[in-house]
Design a protein around this ligand. Structure first.
Ligand code: SF4
Length: 393
């Protein structure tokens, strides 16, 4: 194609293209929920329309700080909290801010987290208009008793209609979040939830073990509940793996499963140690070898943005060695494992030599293996992965 040098606008756009762009992911934190779940220790507060409006104004201001830095977004993840509570005008101004600031890669993945209780036809249509092409639904369980213990605002009967609304009006690229290790949950109720989940034909399933966190209502009430023992959790985990594999959900990370081609590109970029920008209260970033964390207080975040003050709580330049250690720690979460030749060629780091003691120890136990030039966890290591991964930090 010939360059039209007569038209100044076209000339400007050619100059823009000529500058080197850097590919990066964007995480946006929306810290509002209808009410707090009993197990939750993420930063979120009760939704308030006026506060949400001020928050989005501040958020777009923070986003605009990345203008003219030549970043091209490969994925956007709107997480929380419950981003599906945001009205269309608020989401519209958020996406306008993003579009004004960044270039957008052609095959960008744009995810929003949604609660089945806050999904409507109108909202799904708006998400589609805004370019959202992936919806992650926080289902957790199809069992009302388990949902009640978790303190979720939705019940089992909300899930299927919400799923169908998203599929029909926004996207078929839907991920369902499930949970195992819930008090009173049995192997049987977990398998029923998995069966119900696959009957909806989502493209992706995440399933994490419930983590009992201090300071949560569930932790305080723990004496009143019977939690599945570690042996039962292990049985649940491996039954889930086989069941999902048998139903065309291939496992690509310790807790993540998808149909082929529907892996979460955003999360894969984290696990590969790629750079990402996090905007909003409590959001984390990693770029230019620097880890950053924003303040975890919505009102302070808004005040600071309005007064042109920093919203950064901490910032740390990491060494090459720390970066490599992160890459191994995160890369081992993926079933493919850590790319050995890549680390040697690009970063001059021989994983097998540098970590020979740890690799020897866990290889002898049958927990680590080298396959296709990748260091990876074996299947039997997946359930006890935390202990092994922490050795590489
Ligand atoms: S919806 Fe998610 S972020 Fe909100 S309280 Fe529940 S678990 Fe926490």
């Amino acid at each position: 194609m010939e360059q039209n040098t007569q038209d100044p606008e076209i000339t400007v756009s050619y100059q823009k293209l000529a500058r080197k762009v850097k590919e990066i992911s964007l995480y946006i934190h929306i810290p509002f929920c209808t009410r707090k779940c009993n197990y939750c220790n993420f930063y979120s507060i009760t939704y308030d329309a006026k506060l949400a409006e001020n928050y989005i104004r501040s958020l777009t201001k923070e986003i605009s700080q990345y203008k003219n830095k030549n970043y091209a977004l490969t994925s956007i993840y709107i997480g929380g909290g419950t981003p599906s509570l945001l009205s269309f005008p608020l989401l519209f101004s958020l996406f306008s801010g993003i579009n004004d600031t960044f270039s957008i890669s052609p095959n960008i993945e744009v995810t929003i987290e949604a609660n089945p209780a806050s999904i409507t036809k109108d909202a799904s249509r708006y998400w589609n208009i805004l370019g959202i092409n992936r919806v992650s639904m926080g289902v957790q369980s199809f069992n009302d008793n388990e949902l009640k213990i978790l303190g979720r605002i939705h019940s089992e009967k909300d899930i299927q209609p919400a799923f169908e609304i998203v599929r029909d009006h926004c996207t078929e690229n839907i991920s369902l979040d499930l949970m195992y290790g819930i008090p009173v949950q049995t192997h049987g109720t977990l398998m029923k939830s998995l069966q119900r989940a696959i009957e909806l034909e989502p493209k992706h399933i995440s399933s994490y073990c419930l983590s009992l966190e201090k300071g949560t209502p569930l932790f305080d009430a723990r004496a009143h509940y019977t939690f599945p023992s570690e042996d039962i959790q292990k049985e649940m985990y491996y039954s889930m793996l086989s069941f999902l594999e048998d139903n065309c959900f291939h496992q690509y990370e310790i807790s993540n499963f998808s149909n082929k081609g529907y892996e979460s590109q955003h999360n894969i970029s984290y696990w590969k140690g790629k750079e990402y920008i996090g905007c909003g209260a409590a959001a984390h970033s990693f770029y230019d070898m620097t880890r950053k964390e924003n303040i975890s207080d919505v009102q302070r975040y808004i005040n600071n943005m309005q007064n042109e003050q920093s919203v950064c709580k901490s910032s740390k330049l990491i060494s090459k060695r720390e970066y490599i250690s992160d890459m191994i720690f995160l890369g081992l979460r993926m079933t493919k494992g850590v790319p050995l030749s890549y680390l040697k060629k690009e970063l001059g780091f021989d994983v097998i030599i540098e970590y020979s003691d740890i690799i020897d120890k866990y290889s002898k136990l049958g927990y680590l293996t080298v396959e296709n030039d990748h260091l990876k966890l074996t299947k039997k290591a997946l359930f006890v992965s935390d202990e092994i991964l922490s050795e590489f930090v």
